[in-house]
Write a new protein. Sequence first.
Length: 269
Amino acid sequence: MCRGGVDVPRCRSGGPPPGSPSPLQHQQSVDRAVQDAEPHRLTGAECARAGHQTHHERITRQITSPPQSVQAPDSAGGVVAEVEVLPSPRARGICTTTTTGNQFGGARPTERRRGEVNGMTAAPNDAVPGQRSVLADRVSRVVTSFNAFLTLIALGYGIYTMFQATPEDLIVNAWRTFGFLVFFSLWVLVTVWPRQVPGAWELIFVHKVAITVFALTLGNVPGARETALVDGWLVLSGVLAYVLCRGWSAWRPLSRGRADAGNPVGSRA
């Protein structure tokens, strides 16, 4: 790797002109030409100010094309050094210039966000793309912690009613009580790892929205109003917490994994 993220640079001489010095001097000329061609990075804004925007756009368009070759003449020895740039997968173009005024288009791999291991993010929960308020994250965790506490109360009440139930109602009460245990676990998951467990938020929403709508349609059936109030609160507060902590970002490692699977890097030269 050479500086600038360019993969596998290969330099070759165009051959010494007639009457040139010894092969050693010829090689030194080649080395000087390559050294002159060493790129100096420019940002996109600097490229535009320097009038290199057209070249930058051309390199960006060609970054997934076959290998590019650029030439840098050495003013001292009259030798042309040709640098072949092999584009990398998942790369973006960079606008550069050289000490001799020659422009080079390089490629560098897009950096992976730190802490990604087997599709799961091992970095702290703060390390997610975009601007996000720490206060919003804390509010989200307070809300989900409160919902977990409410579910824990329901779990305790379910255990009590399960032992008080008649044999005819025992299975139904046991099934409902173990359901409270599942949802308590889900609330704990989204509290501790709000952006690392894809699907946890969505499972909560699907169930709570369904039971709330069903309870509202029952009207005056005993327990329907209380169920609609409690589960309605869980839906509204859960959506608020989901937005505050950007819970949808839990799916990003999976989408990146699918993109990587469709773009293998084993064929890199």
